[in-house]
Design a protein around this ligand. Structure first.
Ligand SMILES: NC(=O)c1ccc[n+]([C@@H]2O[C@H](COP(=O)([O-])OP(=O)(O)OC[C@H]3O[C@@H](n4cnc5c(N)ncnc54)[C@H](OP(=O)(O)O)[C@@H]3O)[C@@H](O)[C@H]2O)c1
Length: 328
């Protein structure tokens, strides 16, 4: 069978995304053929496209999508034609495609109450928010946390979820419009910062009676790291989980003593979804948060899948808010 899919032959700007017709083979044992109905856009797709994160070249791109099972490999159990499923990883990056072969053990069955587009907008960003808030640092009622890119895809989910746990949420954003969006989604104190020289530590201290926040969730990296370290309270946590402005600088661990001995980690989804059981446990927690209304998934942009290059330009230019889905 033939399908359209993106292929990359080199890393670079959005124009390296090539929309091509490819062969989709029959599924083997343990595999299914999926017809995608919605594909999740993630900033990390642009990191891979530019070569910041490694990826196989030539190859596809995209590690989050939702679809319907069209064919099941011989001898494969536990899944049938017509099942609705999603995924947030797998052996190959083939998310930006109309159809693909997927490994059954990578698939997350979707609850009836969660629509395909919502799931494509929620799975990767929501499971990330889940592990960050529940495990990287365990957010408790009464904590104060700082969420970077608070009006973005992961950011809006984190603000709502942390708010529902009972934490006070300080959000870092780059425009007044984004501050309003964050505030409508659980962020108690949005701080608007300059895009070139973001400063927020002083304001975080003011908002926390001089103590600093319990945890700083920094997905911006290079431009914000020093301010993030200056915003944390005694023995708090500073978690980097993204490199929107470039990788954070090297940490001189001896110099973190005078900063109050914070716990510092670079957290990656792959280290918190180490087995099917772990991924499913986190997915169920996310589905419960969505179904209970604690977290509303904001799909603020939709693009035809073939226009993925434009979606990349827009997310890199910081024009998007909430989640973005690509529709095959
Ligand atoms: N480690 C993990 O497990 C994991 C998993 C998923 C996502 N992430 C990370 O989480 C972050 C959010 O991902 P997302 O897909 O939901 O994206 P997003 O937040 O919707 O978009 C990125 C946002 O980052 C901010 N930003 C700051 N500096 C930027 C720059 N130089 N270029 C572009 N954006 C910049 C912008 O918000 P402002 O304009 O308000 O600053 C922008 O809207 C990303 O850093 C991503 O890599 C990490």
């Amino acid at each position: 069978m033939k399908a359209n899919a993106f292929r990359l032959y080199k890393t670079g700007g959005p124009s390296v995304l090539k929309w091509e017709t490819v062969d989709v083979p029959e599924p083997k044992q343990g595999e299914v053929r999926l017809r995608h109905t919605a594909v999740g856009l993630n900033l990390a797709d642009t990191y891979r496209r530019i070569g910041l994160y490694p990826m196989k070249i030539p190859g596809g791109i995209g590690n989050e999508a939702v679809g319907v099972v069209e064919a099941v490999g011989p001898g494969t159990r536990g899944i049938k034609v017509g099942d609705r499923v999603g995924y947030i990883g797998g052996k190959t990056l083939d998310g930006y495609s109309e159809r693909r072969i997927a490994t059954v053990s990578d698939l997350i069955p979707l609850p009836d109450g969660i629509k395909d587009r919502t799931a494509a907008a929620a799975l990767l960003k929501g499971i990330t928010a889940q592990y960050l808030l529940r495990d990287s640092y365990k957010v408790k009622k009464g904590d104060t946390i700082v969420v970077h890119a608070a009006a973005g895809g992961v950011g809006l989910i984190m603000c709502q979820w942390a708010n529902s746990i009972g934490a006070t949420v300080i959000g870092i954003v780059s425009t007044k419009e984004k501050a309003k969006i964050a505030a409508k989604n659980g962020c108690h104190h949005p701080i608007v910062v300059s895009r070139t020289k973001p400063k927020f530590a002083k304001k975080v201290r003011e908002l926390t009676n001089g103590e600093g926040a319990h945890c700083i969730y920094d997905s911006v990296g290079k431009d914000t790291w020093a301010e993030s370290l200056a915003s944390v309270r005694l023995r708090g946590s500073v978690i980097n989980f993204g490199s929107a402005s470039g990788n954070p600088p090297l940490v001189d661990i001896a110099k973190t003593g005078p900063l109050g001995s914070p716990y510092i980690a670079r957290c990656a989804l792959v280290n918190y979804t180490t087995s099917r059981a772990e991924t499913m446990r986190r997915a169920r927690d996310l589905f419960n948060a969505i179904e209970s209304g604690a977290v509303k998934i904001r799909v603020n942009q939709r693009y035809p899948l073939k226009d993925a290059a434009q979606a990349h330009k827009d997310i890199e230019a910081r024009k998007t808010t909430g989640s973005t889905v690509l529709i095959p």
